[in-house]
Design a protein around this ligand. Structure first.
Ligand code: TXA
Ligand code: MG
Length: 352
């Protein structure tokens, strides 16, 4: 299959050219095909959420286990009532505050959502993205788009159309290129299907932000470093977001202390004959004179670190390092989500 790639600049959103692209994408979706599209978090691989064959095609294209449910993307809040007969009041309050945006809510599904989309579960994850290209695409494609991140299962999520093409070219019908995903980490997931709301995946919308609307929300205990139970979201149990190399996080009191420790680890690795990668920041990069050093962002703004993570992990795959050392950053704001993804990438390996 030939994968067509079209670029839409935000400024041309209302042009006839963009309109033709959306119409073409809508036809592909209607026929059960797959279209990758930008969102503010990461690129999604979209198919018709109400067509079980489209969902099966998504799993096949990604090589994803079919028990790992997909998120259904909508472009208008009211659409949630077409796929769930049991939308709690708190969902409306959270939507008022955080939609459109990087928050996914899990509610009970109704019979219009096939089990192929929810991995056999009787709940459905719903998200209304803020990216205007995503919303226009969803509207022109039937209104319900099942979309996991548009990477091959096991690889870091894609934050550019080039990342999507790298993984899925030849396996999907179309890629809409809308530039770099600005957040760079997947949405926060909150499960509203049981009595107490539970965060199944941390993201840009933090627990503190959610508590302003929903004071009783808690974090899934399965996400902690020392967890004895499995995470509740099926997808969080896999070691994905992962580079090919063996990655280790280094934790310490201060960044200079962590940097010094990483320098020693890099020297040891190199003298053992390994190719060693280092995740650095604008502030720390010039402290490393050995190893393959890639800059993820600036310590002054954790959002830049989050936005840079997956690209850096992919670049380490390209240059074939054997091991990667990365610092633990501050957990404030999106830092909690960043730590969660870095822990997963490192297979939970942390040294002090
Ligand atoms: O930011 C995002 O959420 C991106 C963009 C494309 O919207 N999508 C995304 O989808 O990250 P995916 O498939 O890579 O991750 C979805 C996660 C998985 O961990 C899955 O197990 C969980 O959501 N999930 C989906 N439906 C669920 C449900 N009904 N119950 C529990 N977990 C669910
Ligand atoms: Mg994913």
């Amino acid at each position: 299959m030939e994968t067509k790639i079209f670029c839409i600049e935000e400024a041309q959103l209302n042009s006839t050219q963009a309109d033709e692209i959306f119409t073409m994408a809508g036809q592909i979706i209607e026929n059960g095909g797959l279209v990758a599209f930008p969102t503010e978090t990461v690129y999604g691989l979209g198919g018709d959420a109400l067509n079980p064959d489209a969902s099966k095609a998504i799993y096949a294209a990604k090589g994803r286990p079919s028990d790992n449910p997909l998120i259904v993307h909508i472009a208008e809040f009211e659409k949630i009532y077409e796929i769930s007969d049991d939308v709690p009041e708190v969902a409306r309050l959270l939507a008022d505050r955080f939609w459109p945006g990087p928050l996914t809510m899990i509610v009970r599904k109704n019979e219009s959502v096939p089990f192929a989309t929810t991995g056999g579960l009787d709940t459905v994850a719903v998200r209304l993205p803020s990216d205007p290209i995503a919303r226009e695409f969803i509207k022109k494609s039937g209104g319900f788009i099942a979309a996991p991140s548009a990477n091959t299962s096991g690889r870091p999520s894609p934050t550019t159309a080039a990342h999507v093409a790298e993984d899925l070219s030849g396996r999907i019908d179309m890629i809409i290129d809308g530039g770099r995903a600005c957040i760079g980490l997947e949405s926060t997931i909150v499960d509203l299907s049981e009595e107490v709301p539970v965060i199944l995946r941390p993201g840009y919308v933090t627990i503190e932000m959610l508590r302003e609307i929903c004071p009783d929300v808690v974090m899934d205990k399965g996400l902690a470093l020392d967890a004895t139970q499995a995470p509740k979201a099926p997808g969080m149990k896999y070691r994905h977001y992962a580079p090919k190399a063996d990655m280790t996080l280094v934790r310490g009191e201060t960044m200079p202390e962590i940097t010094a420790k990483i320098k020693t680890l890099v020297e040891n690795g190199i003298s053992g004959g390994y190719r060693v990668g280092v995740i650095a920041t604008e502030e720390t990069a010039d402290k490393f004179d050995l190893g393959e050093v890639l800059v993820m962002g600036t310590l002054g703004d954790e959002n830049t670190l989050a936005a840079g993570l997956y690209d850096v992990l992919r670049r380490f795959d390209d240059i074939d390092v054997d091991m990667i050392y990365a610092p633990c950053f501050s957990k404030s704001g999106i830092g909690e989500a960043l730590y969660n993804r870095m822990l997963k990438a490192a297979g939970r390996k942390v040294i002090e």
